[in-house]
Design a protein around this ligand. Structure first.
Ligand code: HEM
Length: 386
């Protein structure tokens, strides 16, 4: 936060509590009376810290650091009592919260320590006060208000820096998670390609069918790697959808041509020939259907069935993709469309998040029903051409 913004926040605090130059003058009046007590107040401050391990653990350099900190705290108190509350003052006092986040001190200890220090200051003031009671009460009020404002400033600095730190940590964790997922997804096809290339470059007079098999394998693995890259760029781009009439049958055929189901899965597309055209962005919907079909296939271990149905209902078409795979647990169900959430051993967790985003652009959503051990049905509705 810039010095000007910090100063603005400090002014805002002053305005809220009705701080005036008279309060500042009263604090200045108290300063010489408090000066002789500052060392003992600061000693008490550090003696108490020693009794609390969670506060004490931030003292990492022993007695020398404590001596330095005592001097820092005395300087802080002198500045507090100086009566000069300008931009430099606000910036230095803001820095306390900022520094405490850096050393990993919980804000609670600052609150407690300040409360204890306030008690010490007010007691010292009462004990050394030479004037009348009414003026003393006014000075106590002004000093108390100043300490409250300082605590608010330190606390705000603490929260703002703490949140920034959390965001940085989360961003790094996300980056790690995504990189790990991508690395995993790309390493497998790359290894398979390497093995085939090794065979093709070393084999002496390989049988033509063997060569064809390896070339086909390389093509398949390149397609797989390409899909990962496409998923990532789809997620990054998320272009606007262009809605126009399209044939669901042709859209699904295009998906199946590039992503045929494995041999262990029986795929049935049950779309009536007279189904009206749908309104949508066929290219983007191909990504959505390809994700649903891939998930369905991935959920089937040995052998199973995937059935795609489409049914006209009041000007809309209900499309369902049902599989007889392992199903989704009740706990995972609410999270499956979250980006980076995946239950697969290999999987970045972007497929359903992209699918959901594409359907949202069509003004529709994705619903899911699942029975663990029995299978899952994903359903969505698209408008039929008017
Ligand atoms: C009224 C409450 C407190 C105030 C006003 C305060 C004030 C300060 C100030 C002015 C600094 C120096 C900031 C800078 O780098 O410019 C600082 C740093 C620090 N504070 Fe506090 N503090 C308070 C509570 C605590 C507590 C309860 C602990 C617990 C051990 C603590 C431990 C530290 C440590 C370890 C540093 C880093 C010092 C270094 O650089 O060695 N503070 N504090």
């Amino acid at each position: 936060m810039s010095r000007e913004t910090i100063q603005q926040r400090f002014r805002e605090l002053q305005s809220y509590v009705g701080w005036t130059d008279l309060d500042a003058a009263r604090v200045v009046m108290a300063a010489p009376l408090l000066e002789p007590h500052l060392p003992s107040i600061v000693d008490d401050f550090y003696a108490e810290i020693e009794r609390h391990p969670d506060a004490q653990h931030v003292i990492t350099e022993g007695a020398a650091q404590v001596e330095r900190l005592k001097q820092t705290l005395i300087d802080w108190l002198r500045e507090l009592l100086s009566g000069k509350y300008d931009e430099a003052y606000a910036a230095r006092h803001w820095k306390v919260g900022y520094r405490h986040v850096a050393i990993g001190l919980s804000q609670i200890y600052t609150n407690m320590a300040l409360s204890r220090m306030k008690k010490g200051l007010l007691r010292a003031l009462r004990e050394s006060w030479p004037g009348d009671e009414a003026t003393l009460l006014n000075v106590v009020e002004s000093l108390g208000t100043l300490l409250d404002m300082d605590l608010a400033l330190i606390q705000e600095a603490y929260e703002s820096e703490h949140n920034a730190l959390l965001q940085r940590t989360e961003r790094l964790a996300t980056l790690g998670q995504v990189s790990g997922g991508i690395a995993h997804e790309l390493r497998n096809p790359l290894n398979a390609i390497k093995t085939s290339v090794y065979f093709l470059s070393r084999a002496k007079n390989p049988a033509p069918e063997k060569t064809a098999e390896h070339l086909e394998r390389i093509t398949r693995q390149v397609d797989g790697a390409n899909r990962v890259v496409t998923a990532l760029s789809d997620f990054a781009k998320q272009p606007a959808a262009t809605l126009s009439p399209f044939s669901l049958r042709e859209c699904l055929d295009a998906v199946i041509a590039t992503q045929p189901p494995p041999d262990n899965i029986a795929l049935t597309i049950s779309v009536a020939d007279d189904l009206p055209k749908l309104m949508g962005d066929c290219e983007q919907l191909q990504i959505a259907f390809s994700n649903l079909l891939r998930n369905a296939a991935d959920s089937i271990d040995d052998s199973g069935e995937i059935v795609v149905t489409a049914e006209l209902q009041n000007g809309e078409v209900l499309i369902s993709v049902r599989d007889t795979g392992c199903g989704i647990s009740r706990d995972d169900l609410p999270r499956i469309t979250e980006p980076l959430f995946s239950t697969k051993a290999r999987g970045i967790g972007l497929g359903l998040a992209i699918t959901k985003a594409i359907l949202e652009k069509h003004g529709t959503g994705l619903s899911v029903e699942s029975a663990p051990g029995e299978g899952t049905t994903f359903s969505l509705k698209l408008k039929a051409e008017a």
